[in-house]
Design a protein around this ligand. Structure first.
Ligand code: DLL
Length: 444
């Protein structure tokens, strides 16, 4: 696989740190002058822009929380006048008011450059047909990937999400070589291909997939790769920072390289907010150092993962982030046990006893939390005897109990009874009052 911009992606780390420091200095001056939130917070902390001379001084700066963006809805964090803003996107707002993000013409260029690097890492070049099944619109997925693919000179197929059979016909007829969508949608596409009698290895030209926007496990990667005969590459990003393209895996599929020339990364303990060293699980925090319209400082992503600063075989020098294992705010606490939905997914897929479609229903019976794991049967299992089905439920239950130390109910459902997603899958139905630990974290 190639490297789009070796000058930056493989930059000597000492030089990179120096450049990051310079960029940080400029950014801090700009936000102090133009964003009242930062000016006020810095004054409260007694920090002046001149105090920030290098990356080491980053810790003196205030954090930014999603709540702050909501409170200044819609444009309160913009650091340029609106006549310089050429594009708006917004997050879906599933957990509250939308967060609105803006881009100058230069930001759009930067973003396209970052995506060009990501797609190249996944094997794209100007001969590729990039099938964009991320949604176009306020969501950053579709348009974000689109501009980067065009920058490479690839042929973009802007299908957007939905209409699954049509997606597959287009892949077949137009010769899509790189599929971009959420990993859960990739699985759904694979399932639908099977039903349509399409063998992706023979009938399609797909070589790789660039999947992100939601957490997925190694087991899910294996499943997608096996079903589609492609290499599945993980891409990470969030609207507040730029959209997709903050980090990308290389062909070694061992962590996502963070675009450090544009974003300074930290890992912190979500409760104490203290920085943590590479190799330790914690919450990702990003500072944008090249953005014009929305240069967020120390943005708390709520995403939990660990960093890996070891050298990568691909030649890129940028630090890698591991797979997102959960969020500091979607972590479920069930009878005192911290549970990430991805942990249960791993157990299910490792067992290989049922299909990869599942849903967690959390409820409270009296004072006790209950967890029901609903998993779809495969069509083969559906014809099994009741006793056989019960045995499978028992096996899944004991595996979850031994792995997570959590008792639960397991219910196998008819094939196709869990709603398919064309975007992010809804994995958790939490019927309880919001748990105290999570709401405490959210208040910060
Ligand atoms: O999901 C941007 C994106 C689009 C990324 C397409 C990758 C591909 P938001 O809607 O703002 O932006 O959601 C951001 O999604 O904080 C993570 O919790 C989650 N997320 C994004 N990428 C990954 C990933 C887009 N590769 C939120 N693995 C983030 C796990 C991811 N979670």
């Amino acid at each position: 696989m190639g490297i789009w911009n070796a000058e930056y992606e493989c930059m000597d780390r000492e030089k990179l740190m120096k450049l990051q420091g310079e960029r940080l200095r400029d950014t801090v001056r700009r936000v102090y002058d133009n964003v009242s939130y930062y000016r006020n917070k810095m004054e409260e902390k007694g920090v002046k822009p001149g105090d920030i001379k290098s990356v080491d001084e980053l810790v003196k700066l205030p954090f930014t929380y999603k709540q702050d963006l909501r409170e200044t809805y819609p444009y309160g964090f913009f650091a340029v006048p609106m006549d310089q803003v050429v594009r708006i996107h917004a997050s879906t707002g599933t957990t509250g008011k939308r967060t609105v993000v803006g881009y100058t013409a230069m930001d759009i260029d930067t973003w396209a450059e970052l995506i060009a690097r990501c797609l190249t890492a996944a094997g794209a070049d100007k001969t590729s047909f990039v099938h964009v099944a991320y949604g176009y619109g306020l969501f950053t997925g579709g348009l974000g990937v689109h501009y980067g693919a065009e920058k490479i000179g690839a042929t973009v197929i802007p299908v957007s999400g939905g209409n699954t059979k049509r997606q597959i016909e287009i892949m077949k007829d137009f010769g899509s070589t790189i599929l971009t969508c959420t990993p859960s949608y990739a699985l759904y596409l694979a399932e639908t291909m099977k039903e349509m009698g399409i063998d992706p290895r023979k009938d399609l030209h797909l070589k790789s997939g660039v999947f992100g926007a939601e957490p997925w496990t190694e087991e899910m990667r294996k499943e997608i790769e096996a079903q589609m005969g492609i290499m599945a590459i993980d891409i990470y990003g969030l609207s507040e920072i730029i959209g997709p393209g903050v980090a990308i895996e290389c062909e070694y599929q061992d962590g996502m390289h963070i675009q450090e020339y544009h974003f300074i990364v930290e890992i912190i303990d979500p409760e104490t907010e203290e920085p943590l060293p590479p190799g330790t699980d914690g919450e990702l925090v990003f500072t944008c150092i090249t953005k014009e319209a929305l240069p967020l400082i120390r943005y708390r992503t709520r995403d939990i993962c660990r960093l890996n600063d070891a050298k990568c075989k691909c030649g890129r020098t940028q630090i890698r982030m591991g797979k997102i294992t959960g969020r500091s705010d979607d972590m479920l606490i069930i009878r005192g046990v911290n549970v990430y939905p991805s942990q249960i997914e791993s157990v299910l897929l490792e067992l290989g006893l049922a299909s990869p479609y599942y849903q967690l229903v959390v409820d409270r019976v009296g004072t006790l939390d209950s967890l029901e794991v609903q998993v779809e049967m495969t069509p083969e299992m559906f014809s099994d005897q009741v006793r056989q089905i019960e045995k499978t439920e028992q096996k899944i239950r004991s595996s979850i109990e031994s792995t997570l130390g959590l008792s639960c109910k397991v219910r196998l459902l008819e094939p196709k009874s869990i709603e398919r997603s064309e975007g992010k899958a809804k994995r958790v139905i939490d019927k309880r009052v919001y748990s105290e630990k999570c709401s405490d974290i959210n208040k910060k």
